[in-house]
Every structure is written in structure tokens, then in C-alpha cells.
Ligand binder design. Structure first.
Ligand SMILES: [Zn+2]
Length: 263
């Protein structure tokens, strides 16, 4: 007998080997398919996480947020998004388990955040610095009636202050620290004058009653109560600002320049 005859596989052995081979191929293909599927599932969630994280870090203010939502993927979001996908790819390539779960993928992303955020910053618009108010409202409720300079039938000249249309008896507050004096005037009725440290005077007019008649007060103190005394058709606070006790200026820009919008 030839020696190679014994070594030659039988027909049955060949069939068996072929079956084994195709089974192995199927297993391999199935495993690869699983890996691809898992990768596809994991990647979008990582990308979404990247977008959300980028939005949270770089987008400031409601307007920006709305713009980002409207635009979908903003330019700022693209870099972290790509970085997240890149990190996930690297994790897989580095022999990380093919079952790269959301948890696994999240960790490299979380580590990458602090370094990614600054690169996205320059495109984000900084929020305007709010002016810190140095004055408080003369009454509790915002909203104005007659404005400065308006013509009226019951005023001798143009309106010399602004009116706060609040109920009779409402509390009146010292807009700054200062010193109080009070007096009666046929036009202004019962009035309180607050002299501020820089010499500016705030006039509170048509009052019903005084809480403080004279002397020093602190910002926010209740100094009087709203009424309709003097030349007035109904309860409201008439408020004037007089630099150095001179002629009246428009109190609205004065309040605004001191960081308070009474409207
Ligand atoms: Zn008035």
C-alpha cells in the first residue's frame, strides 16, 4: 500500500471537514454581525451624548439654546460629536469587548469633556453682564402710568416725574440710603424728600401718610404710604429725581442707569 493512501482523507472525512468549516464561517459571520450591530447601536447613543454634553457646556442662555435646537447640530456640537465617535472607535480597536455597552463608551467621553469644551467656547456668545442694581423700587409693584414730560390737563407744565399706579395705602420705600424730610405742598400734597449721599433728591408725592418724618433711613425702609393728596385724581405715587435738589430729570433713565427697570 502507498503510504500516502493512509494519509489521504476519506470522502466522509472531507464532508465532515467541509461541514465544520462552513459552521465555523457561519459562527464567525454571526459574531461579526453582532459586533457590527452593537457598534451601530452604541455609536449613535454616544454621538447623542456628545451633542447633549456640548450643548450643556457651550450653549449659554435661552436664546442660544433655542438657536441650537432650531439648528439641530450646531457647529460647536460637531467637534465633541466626532471626538465621541472617535473615542468609541478607539475603544473597540484597542481590544475592548465587542459588546461596547453605553456604560463603557460613556467613560472615555466623560474623560474627554474638560479638554473638548474650551475648543468649542470661542463660537459661544458670552451673556451680557447684568448691571448690579444700586437702587430699589420706590413701591413693590413694577409698572408705570404717566411718564416724564407728558402733557396733562391737571399739570401746570409738563409732567415732572413718573407715576406708579398702585393702590392707596401701598408702602413706599427709600430707593437708597439717605436722609428724610417731609412737607406739605398744595400741588404735591403730602410729600417726602429723600436726600441721597451724593446730594440727589428723590421726591415722593401725593402721599396718604408718613412712616418716617425726619432723619436717616436705610435703602428699602418703609418711609410712607401711597395716597392721593394735593393735585391728584386718584391714588398713585408721583416720583421725581432732582440732582443736587435742582430741576427734575427723567427718573426712568436714572433708575435704568442704576440697574433698576421699574416697568
Ligand atoms: Zn405724577
Amino acid at each position: 500500500m502507498a503510504p500516502d493512501a493512509a494519509a489521504r482523507p476519506t470522502r466522509a472525512e472531507l464532508r465532515l471537514a467541509a461541514r465544520e468549516q462552513s459552521r465555523a464561517q457561519r459562527r464567525g459571520a454571526a459574531k461579526a454581525a453582532t459586533r457590527t450591530a452593537l457598534f451601530r447601536v452604541a455609536l449613535p447613543s454616544v454621538a447623542a451624548l456628545g451633542v447633549a454634553a456640548a450643548a450643556a457646556v457651550t450653549v449659554q442662555g435661552e436664546a442660544d439654546q433655542q438657536r441650537a435646537q432650531a439648528a439641530g447640530r450646531t457647529p460647536q456640537a460637531t467637534a465633541p460629536d466626532t471626538a465621541a465617535a472617535h473615542a468609541a472607535t478607539q475603544a473597540l480597536a484597542a481590544g475592548a469587548p465587542a459588546q461596547a455597552s453605553r456604560g463603557d463608551a460613556r467613560q472615555p467621553l466623560a474623560g474627554a469633556q474638560p479638554t473638548e469644551a474650551p475648543t468649542a467656547q470661542p463660537t459661544a456668545e458670552p451673556a451680557p453682564e447684568p448691571v448690579k442694581p444700586t437702587v430699589v423700587m420706590p413701591v413693590a409693584r413694577h409698572g408705570l402710568g404717566e411718564l416724564f414730560g407728558e402733557a396733562g390737563t391737571h399739570w401746570a407744565n409738563r409732567h415732572t416725574g413718573i407715576d406708579f399706579p398702585v393702590d392707596g395705602g401701598s408702602e413706599v420705600y427709600a430707593v437708597t440710603d439717605g436722609t428724610i424730610r417731609t412737607q406739605w405742598n398744595p400741588f404735591y400734597g403730602y410729600m417726602t424728600i429723600l436726600k441721597m449721599p451724593d446730594g440727589t433728591e428723590a421726591w415722593y408725592c401725593h402721599l396718604r401718610a408718613y412712616k418716617v418724618r425726619k432723619g436717616p433711613v436705610k435703602q428699602g425702609d418703609v418711609i410712607a404710604f401711597v395716597g392721593s393728596s394735593g393735585n391728584s385724581t386718584g391714588p398713585h405715587l408721583h416720583f421725581e429725581i432732582r440732582p443736587q435738589g435742582n430741576g427734575p430729570i427723567d427718573p426712568l433713565p436714572w433708575l435704568l442707569s442704576n440697574g433698576l427697570d421699574p416697568r
